[in-house]
Design a protein around this ligand. Sequence first.
Ligand code: NAD
Ligand code: G6P
Ligand code: MN
Length: 444
Amino acid sequence: MKKNSIVIAGGGSTYTAGIVMLLIENQDKFPLRKLRLYDNNKERQDIVANACEIIIKERAPEIEFTATTDPEEAFTDVDFVMAHIRVGGLKMRELDEKIPLKHGVVGQETCGPGGMAYGMRSIPGVIELIDFMEKYSPDAWMLNYSNPASIVAEATRILRPNSKIINICDMPVAIKKSMADILGLESENDIIERYYGLNHFGWWTALYDKQGNDLMPRLKEHVKQWGYGAKNDGINNPLLAESSWKDTFTKAKDVFAIDPVTLPNTYLKYYLYSDYVVKHSNPERTRANEVMDYREKNVFEECKQIAQDGTAEGTSIEAGEHAEFIVRLAGALSYNTYERMLLIVPNNGAITNVDPNAMVEIPCLVSKVGVEPLSIGTIPQFQKGLIEQQVSVEKLVVQAYLEKSYQKLWQALTLSKTVPSASVAKAILDDLIEVNKDFWPELS
Ligand code: NAD
Ligand code: G6P
Ligand code: MN
């Protein structure tokens, strides 16, 4: 079995230690010869890297491990780049969420004005990573899950159309984990899906088990009453331990009610029930605060503890389930497994009545030769209308970035289903420009 070399870009991420654990546990399925961490913030990355070094020394000493902020060192001799950077950090996420809320509009990491602000920051960061990869390891693949994935994917479609980058998201996998629990199946990988949409904006049209039995009727019965949440304590999805995620999973029942033919992605609540979301948000304390106070704090404290003790024995850091699908994706590219996965790819006729140049999230077959999208056909008017509106928002953000256009970004915000009027869009935009001066191009 060929051994791979990986660089994790965004080495200082709150997810990195969990991904390293997962990679170590998957050495039989996806063996590594080298593992590097790369970040542009040395201080932050060192906290994680010092712990990872000890973990690898103890559990997989055959893997050569390094952490660096030097692009040449990081990107030379790699087979895969796993990219999960957050340009501007959680501090900027906090502003992405709080500024729209101040104007009575959804404040969310990837949806609505906050997602657009984040997109304007992420585009140059991800493009830079692609260029490093192509300069130092031209045959490598980049598996990108830096957000906002839709806007980043559209930017790469335009700016780096021939690059070996695959954009992915873990939300459908996380929802399928709940589906597996609801149905009493062992793993979400036992579920075969038909799904279409955009990132954080899609619908399942069919779900089968490996024997070909239709799972939709039982799932719909459950979702109608409890969303993707638990009827009792029978659902083990770790996300449901957090109340904000629990609310999102439960709210899927109201999203389902609008179109009971399909099953929805949880993120649709931000577009279809934006009034509810705003009413249930605290403009003084958003998800970014929760992440900083819990995930970031806990992970970093644990990493520091490992470094201080000089051992990771008994550590609470667990293999991040979140990254399982990335190992499957890298494995498919490396070992030609023809894995069927949801990926964000150019539509190119797969959904016949949606813009061929939209970046859509649909099932694809993944092998050594790359990604082959499966065809979807014609979708109903309701989804087509929503998708076309949202695609236009995402395209306008990328155009605004490229043309440094205030007008286009104002149009993007105005067109978003989360924003009530052009005047509210303008007020939010002006506030966002103020705080994003260090990141965005100057708009005129
Ligand atoms: P985080 O802030 O903890 O970590 C991100 C790291 O990226 C930081 O260490 C930061 O210094 C680094 N970074 C920022 N800009 C960089 C650049 N230009 N070059 C190199 N490094 C840079 O964030 P997090 O909460 O761990 O999330 C990481 C990313 O993963 C975010 O974009 C998040 O939205 C995304 N994410 C995506 C999915 C998905 O399904 N697609 C799931 C979870 C998280
Ligand atoms: C899911 C989504 C990601 C998003 C994350 C936010 O995993 O697919 O795109 O970044 O949730 O989770 P958080 O715990 O940071 O709010
Ligand atoms: Mn996602």
